[in-house]
Design a protein. Structure first.
Length: 184
């Protein structure tokens, strides 16, 4: 367990470091027209958010998936050796999970993308407001900017909670179906 965690952290951090270097290199070569059309806050937010998503995938999803896949193969092999008929009966719920999984994961992926876009918009707006904070204060627009920020933050909160609810439903459903397979 220690080696798995240590090696995954080591590999993941090196990949993220390399990705940051490549993104920095790429940013230096973006067209000036694109840079003019996009706020620096949005670009920075996308870079940080996307790299953070990849880090979460590497540390959470990908390695755990491979580990679980290996465990599943091992357990199924042992179960088939012990009693193949009971193993087939316990796998009756696997297609139900597969259908639910392949229907919900694209929805989750789309919601996560929307969430990252909203964070980028919020960060971009914050960058614009703070770079022009003197103008905002001179024209008495602080309350207006507070309301815009709160509105965008509430939208992000709504999307995030909805996304987490769907993700939790998927994984608790998987655990429930797994338990049904054990009981059967």
């Amino acid at each position: 367990g220690f080696m798995k965690e240590y090696l995954s952290a080591l590999i993941g951090e090196r990949v993220v470091c390399d990705l940051r270097r490549r993104l920095h290199w790429h940013l230096q070569r973006l067209s000036l027209r694109l840079i003019d059309r996009t706020s620096s806050g949005q670009i920075i937010s996308r870079i940080i958010g996307d790299v953070d998503s990849i880090r979460n995938f590497l540390f959470g999803g990908a390695l755990d998936f491979l580990y679980s896949l290996f465990n599943l193969g091992f357990v199924l092999t042992v179960l088939f050796i012990l009693d193949w008929r009971l193993t087939l009966i316990s796998l009756i719920y696997l297609p139900i999970f597969g259908i639910a999984y392949f229907k919900l994961v694209p929805v989750l992926r789309k919601r996560h993308k929307i969430l990252r876009q909203r964070y980028a918009e919020l960060t971009g707006r914050l960058g614009e407001v703070f770079s022009g904070i003197r103008i905002v204060r001179v024209f008495g627009r602080s309350e207006y900017e507070d309301e815009r920020f709160a509105s965008k933050q509430n939208e992000i909160l709504r999307i995030a909670i909805s996304t987490h609810r769907l993700g939790t439903l998927l994984w608790t459903g998987a655990e429930f179906l797994s338990s049904l397979g054990l009981v059967t």
